[in-house]
Design a protein around this ligand. Structure first.
Ligand SMILES: Cc1cc2nc3c(=O)[nH]c(=O)nc-3n(C[C@H](O)[C@H](O)[C@H](O)COP(=O)(O)OP(=O)(O)OC[C@H]3O[C@@H](n4cnc5c(N)ncnc54)[C@H](O)[C@@H]3O)c2cc1C
Length: 383
């Protein structure tokens, strides 16, 4: 790892320790997002982690982004995924649009002035991405969008959106295109559909586009390309979600170990009871196994090698084991595990979300079947 990447990871750790961990319980209690932390991330230029240096970013490889995501998720999964969604929009615009067009939003995204989100899911279509109903109709030299999105991270506040829509109803994945949508323009209306308070700092919500007009140069991925490109970037998302889930288990383990040293029952520290400490050891072993799967997927991403199965396996294993072990570690603290003093119930909610976003466990099992055994539907998966 380069010195620059190491510095960036140190800065990320500081962001997690100084801006996220001390505030995360309040965000959850007050049902708000961690926007001050986003501004601090922007001050450190962390939003541009994968944006090329000549466009104002850091130009670092995917594996660094994945480690950043893990560091932040150990403090608060919702904040981490919210920030990553803005990072993702910044790098998508920088990579796929001419600079003259991406400049309309890139500076504001990198400065933390505007948040980004990526919008596939609709009230009627999640796993079945090919079934989305938002319609894109040619209009002059550009397009007009009509439809609704729901369950979108950052949609409560985001202003720069990568939106997927159908250009040829009935054509499934082939007709899907992606557009940049600017929430400050006419035809954009926020809704509460898909708003979840379970992990408040994710800022999930929805919006309706009602005759929203897209100039021709704001078409991001044309029909025929959007689905393929979405599936390519989703492998990275699956990998960092796996890393985030694993980091939440590691943080829960850290807390349980400290608790097991100081809490006594029947005249001994909890950790001196063999049955109690096995819960921790089970989690430690699975964390190590998950880390190996994540490292393999990161190495493939950095080398731009095929990673469908690697990313799917890492996410299936890491998110399942996170739900299982965080619940067990929470239980190992007794009633204290449920108190707001500890982040375990927040981590558990984050782990549950992790099993759904960027392809639910069932969709990923299908991916592994397709890559290792044979065919499986090509039009499933999401965000
Ligand atoms: C907190 C949160 C944040 C999110 N953020 C975003 C975002 O930023 N952008 C975005 O586009 N989307 C986002 N999503 C949506 C997410 O991607 C979807 O929830 C996910 O793809 C599942 O879709 P669904 O909820 O519509 O479930 P459905 O597709 O209705 O499926 C319901 C259940 O059935 C299972 N299932 C479905 N089909 C099959 C099958 N063929 N075989 C076996 N099992 C099946 C699924 O795995 C799931 O468990 C978010 C969701 C949540 C909860």
């Amino acid at each position: 790892m380069t010195t620059r990447a190491q510095e960036v990871l140190q800065q990320t750790q500081q962001l997690a320790d100084d801006w996220v961990r001390p505030e995360a319980e309040r965000w959850q209690r007050e049902r708000v997002m961690g926007l001050a932390g986003v501004h601090e991330a922007a001050r450190l230029n962390l939003i541009g982690v994968q944006v090329p240096v000549e466009q104002g970013g850091l130009g670092l490889p995917f594996s660094v982004k994945s480690r950043m995501a893990a560091i932040l998720a150990g403090a608060d999964f919702g904040f981490a995924l919210s920030l990553i969604n803005t990072q993702g929009v910044a790098s998508t615009l920088a990579n796929w649009l001419p600079a003259a067009v991406s400049q309309r939003w890139l500076g504001d995204l990198l400065a933390g002035q505007r948040m980004g989100c990526t919008c596939l899911t609709e009230p009627g279509a999640g796993s079945d991405f090919g079934a989305i109903q938002m319609q894109a109709t040619p209009h002059g030299t550009g397009w007009r969008l009509q439809g609704e999105k729901a369950w979108i991270i950052n949609a409560q506040v985001a202003e720069v959106m990568v939106v997927y829509a159908q250009t040829q109803p009935g054509s499934g994945a082939k007709g899907i295109a992606a557009f940049v949508v600017d929430a400050s323009r006419p035809g954009f209306h926020r809704t509460d559909r898909g708003r979840t308070e379970t992990v408040a700092s994710l800022g999930t919500g929805g919006f309706v586009l009602d005759g929203y007009e897209v100039p021709a140069d704001e078409l991001l991925h044309p029909p025929g390309m959007a689905f393929k490109r979405a599936m390519a970037s989703i492998n990275m998302a699956r990998t960092y979600v796996a890393a985030m889930a694993t980091a939440m288990v590691a943080d829960s383990l850290r807390i349980a170990r400290a608790y097991g040293e100081q809490r006594h029952t029947f005249g001994r520290a909890l950790q001196e009871h063999q049955g109690w400490r096995w819960v921790l050891v089970d989690a430690m072993v699975d964390v190590e196994a998950a880390q190996l799967l994540i490292e393999q997927a990161c190495a493939a991403a950095d080398a731009q090698a095929p990673m469908d199965a690697l990313a799917a396996r890492a996410k299936i294993f890491a998110t399942r084991m996170a739900v299982k072990h965080i619940a067990a570690l929470l239980h190992a603290l007794g009633a204290a595990g449920l108190s707001a003093q500890y982040p375990l119930s927040r981590h558990l909610a984050g782990a549950q979300v992790a099993t759904l976003v960027d392809g639910s466990t069932e969709m990923l099992l299908e991916r592994v079947w397709a890559t290792q055994v044979g065919s499986a539907p090509q039009n499933t998966h999401t965000d």
